[in-house]
Design a binder for this molecule. Structure first.
Ligand code: SF4
Length: 375
């Protein structure tokens, strides 16, 4: 893992685990999201502090209040199954679409090819079947999104990506990313172009934008904002805003990662398979039932509690009940896992019905946009 210029281990291509969010915010100047909480109390991620930080989000609030155009931009990495960690970003897309944002989504197939050794045709299939279909099943209206593959897009985007390279030095990239290679340079500049290019005159022109990210992506955000400020004369770009959400703990206690199926529940996992993963998940329980009755559990250390907290229990009162029952020893882990499994099975059952309908529509969407042409 590379250390960035502040000596903090945070690597967009690594397996960053953040132990102390406050430290991270202080080091990198990420502002607390707290002041916007009242405005978005309906949103579980905001209400529960899962979205914990931002840069420049006031610009988005302004645009919403004045009913001015703004856009949300995000990328997907087509290298594995769509899991509950990815659902957090998809839910935010739906949220912003409902707020009136234009939604820009990039399939980072070139980055997957360069950095993860993926085959481009496989990337196309994963993009369609795993990501776009799940977005649709979760409520995103694909007819209203702007979508592209990094490997196959419009001339203005590639011209802009090349132009960006003029105002960044190799030393700067080394300071941010540590070891740098031609493949990393292409990936980094593509990401900057992904985020900024909707502001080109051929697209929306200068507009406020927001990128929802995990803290591991902050190096990209910082560089993109620096580059935007260096291209004021040519493009009058508005520096993109960003929001930062906490990572969901993996079921095995580490980071939830696409390369470790035991760490996540995919939204296409059969309920039986998901239940098995919940039964094997790490908890904050005690060594014996009697110890747990006496001392209570530790939900803060529990991957099962995270499933309730991030996805399965919308009602705050019910969540608080689970928390106190765990803490007081009223609830023991076997019983709690069974309850969680039941909720998860219901969620997956319902979701997967929508998912199979969505898969057919996604193919139509890609046909219509000519994304199925030979590339
Ligand atoms: S009772 Fe539930 S929330 Fe508490 S530690 Fe056990 S599994 Fe986790």
């Amino acid at each position: 893992m590379n250390r960035d210029k502040f000596g903090y281990d945070i690597d967009p291509w690594g397996s960053a685990e953040v132990k102390d969010y406050r430290f991270l915010m202080e080091k990198f100047g990420i502002q607390p999201f707290e002041k916007f909480k009242k405005l978005f109390e309906d949103n579980l991620y905001v209400r529960r502090g899962i979205i914990f930080g931002h840069r420049d989000f006031d610009k988005i609030i302004d645009a919403i209040k004045k009913k001015e155009k703004f856009f949300m931009i995000t990328g997907l990495m087509p290298s594995g199954k769509f899991h509950l960690g990815h659902k957090m970003v998809a839910d935010q897309m739906v949220f912003y679409q409902k707020l009136g944002a234009k939604i820009f989504i990039c399939s980072a197939d070139i980055e997957a090819y360069l950095m993860r050794n993926m085959d481009l045709e496989m990337c196309r299939r994963i993009t369609a079947e795993e990501y776009l279909a799940n977005y649709m099943a979760l409520g995103l209206d694909l007819k209203k999104i702007n979508f592209w593959f990094q490997s196959n897009y419009r001339v203005e985007y590639y011209r802009f990506r090349d132009q960006l390279s003029k105002k960044v030095t190799l030393n700067e990239l080394r300071a941010i990313y540590g070891d740098i290679s031609p493949a990393k340079i292409i990936s980094v500049l593509s990401q900057c172009a992904d985020i900024l290019h909707p502001q080109l005159p051929e697209l929306l022109g200068p507009s406020p934008s927001v990128v929802p990210v995990g803290p591991d992506q902050d190096p990209h955000i910082r560089l993109t904002r620096d580059l935007a400020s260096r291209f004021q004369t040519e493009f009058r770009l508005i520096l993109p805003a960003a929001t930062y959400h906490k990572f969901m703990r993996g079921l095995d206690g580490g980071k939830m990662s696409s390369s470790k199926p035991s760490s996540y529940i995919a939204l296409s996992d059969k309920p039986k398979e998901a239940i098995q993963k919940i039964m094997n998940a790490i908890t904050g329980g005690r060594a014996t039932v009697s110890e747990q009755r006496d001392l209570g559990g530790v939900p803060e250390k529990c991957a099962v509690y995270d499933l309730y907290f991030y996805h399965l229990v919308e009602d705050d009162k019910k969540l608080v009940e689970i928390y106190h029952d765990c803490r007081s020893g009223n609830l023991i882990c076997g019983e709690c896992k069974a309850k969680c499994s039941d909720l998860m099975a219901k969620f997956l059952d319902k979701h997967q019905k929508k998912l199979s309908a969505a898969k057919e529509k996604v193919e139509e969407f890609l046909e219509e946009k000519n994304y199925n042409e030979k590339r």
